[in-house]
Structures are given as structure tokens and as C-alpha cells.
Design a binder for this molecule. Structure first.
Ligand code: Z5A
Length: 210
């Protein structure tokens, strides 16, 4: 019954809002869920997250950023994700490696082969059973996020950076349709949640009768 499900998208598209909804749906169909996030999810991961998002090193190199994402991920996999899956629990993760392809590959324009090499090193064969990408125009996500808090180091990037991130996400969904899907997140929350429920059924994570 255990599944590994990740939620992705540009800032402000509603990942946090929809994680709770997905958890409740999964639990109502018998899953025991561990909800976690990247970068983060462990003491070391949260410390790396603070470094990655703070303004203390505005000129952090793109390579250092990439390696810190995977350092946090290695710790997260070993301490949280793999033990939970081994214990037959479903892991629901706010961002994972698809974020690295989108932000460091698309946004920072790093060589995708470097990301693939790190992915294979850190994860081996492990890939999420389903990645839901919440997709919305950059201006929609930014307007929603902007209403809430001051931008962090990555959120301070310009619109063209986020346009590349969004494009990379869409390309990932087109490349791996058997495990990555897009949901239109530009519509109101209940309409987003309806699509998420349908995707969970389509990918056989949820029964069709719930
Ligand atoms: N990052 C990376 O570069 N590489 C990696 O490998 C990884 C991450 C793993 C931290 O991510 C940063 O790390 C992120 C990418 C980078 N930087 N950026 N940008 P994060 O996930 O912690 O932070 P975030 O992307 O900035 O997420 P967020 O701002 O927390 O947004 P969200 O969770 O997607 O949205 P939300 O909080 O659920 O919703 C935002 C607001 O919109 C809120 O007021 C909601 O009530 C509202 N909302 C939500 N849905 C709707 C709808 N449908 N209609 C209207 N209003 C809505």
C-alpha cells in the first residue's frame, strides 16, 4: 500500500494548501502518511534549507546550491523517506528532485547531466510513484506568494527565471507521463482539489470509489 508522492510547482501555486488535502484523502483510504519537505525534513536538511533560502550569501554559486540540495536529499532519504517506505508508510513530500531539474536545471541553467548523475548517486533506482506538478502562470503564483511574506533568496529571482522553472516542469511532465502529471492550479482551490483527486485515481493511488 505504501507510495512515494511528491508535490511540485513554482512558488505560491498552492503546494502547502493541497498537501493537507492529499493527506486526508490518502488516510481516508487506509494509508498511513509521513508528510515532509525539501530542502529540509531532517535537522541537517533544515539547517541547509536556512542557508539556501537566507539572504546571507546572495552570490552563492549555482554548483554549491545544487550540491546542497542533494546533500539535504541524501540525509532526508536515509533518515526519513527510506525508513518510512520500509515501514509500509506513504511518504508525501513537498518538493523533491523534480524541483532540482526545474530550479537548478531550468532556472539556473545548469547542465542537466550533472543533476542526473547526482540523482543516480543519491537515489539509486528510487523515483516517486507519482509527482503532481501544480501549474499556473508565473504572475499568478507570485501574486499569491507575495500576499503572504517577504521573498527569500530564491524567490527574489526575476520573472524570466521562474518562466524557465515552469517550462522545465512542463517538460518533465511531458517526458515522464507514467509518473509525473500536471494539474491546473490557476483555478479556485476546490477545482484544483477535484483535479488532484482525479489524478490520484488515474495513477491508482486511490480507489475510484472514494
Ligand atoms: N528548491 C530548489 O531550488 N531546488 C530543489 O531541489 C528544491 C527546492 C527541493 C523552497 O521551497 C525553495 O527551494 C523554492 C524552490 C527551492 N524556492 N522558490 N521559489 P518551498 O516549497 O518551501 O517554497 P515555495 O515554493 O516558495 O512555496 P510556497 O511559497 O510556500 O508556496 P506554495 O506552498 O506552493 O503555496 P501555498 O502556501 O499553499 O499558497 C500560497 C497562497 O495562495 C496562500 O495564501 C494560499 O491560501 C493561496 N492559494 C493556494 N491555492 C490557491 C488557489 N487555488 N486559489 C487562490 N489562492 C490560493
Amino acid at each position: 500500500m505504501r507510495k512515494f508522492i511528491t508535490l511540485e510547482g513554482i512558488e505560491g501555486v498552492g503546494k502547502t494548501s493541497n498537501l493537507r488535502f492529499i493527506k486526508e484523502l490518502l488516510e481516508s483510504s487506509g494509508h498511513t502518511c509521513v508528510v515532509t519537505r525539501e530542502p529540509g525534513g531532517t535537522n541537517l536538511g533544515e539547517a541547509l534549507r536556512a542557508l539556501l533560502l537566507s539572504h546571507s550569501d546572495e552570490n552563492m554559486s549555482a554548483d554549491a546550491e545544487l550540491l546542497m540540495m542533494f546533500a539535504a536529499r541524501a540525509e532526508h532519504l536515509n533518515k526519513v523517506i527510506l525508513p518510512a517506505l520500509a515501514d509500509n508508510q506513504t511518504v508525501l513530500c513537498d518538493r523533491f528532485t523534480e524541483a532540482t531539474y526545474a530550479y537548478q536545471g531550468g532556472g539556473r541553467q545548469l547542465d542537466v547531466d550533472k543533476i542526473t548523475e547526482l540523482e543516480e548517486w543519491v537515489q539509486g533506482d528510487l523515483r516517486p510513484d507519482l509527482t503532481i506538478i501544480l501549474d499556473a502562470p508565473v504572475e499568478v503564483g507570485r501574486a499569491r506568494a507575495g500576499r503572504r511574506s517577504e521573498p527569500d533568496r530564491i524567490e527574489k529571482e526575476h520573472d524570466d527565471f521562474f518562466q524557465r522553472v515552469r517550462k522545465a516542469y512542463i517538460e518533465l511532465a511531458n517526458h515522464y507521463p507514467h509518473r509525473i502529471c500536471l494539474v491546473d492550479a490557476s483555478v479556485e482551490l476546490t477545482a484544483v482539489q477535484l483535479q488532484i483527486r482525479e489524478k490520484l485515481q488515474e495513477y491508482n493511488i486511490l480507489d475510484h470509489v472514494i
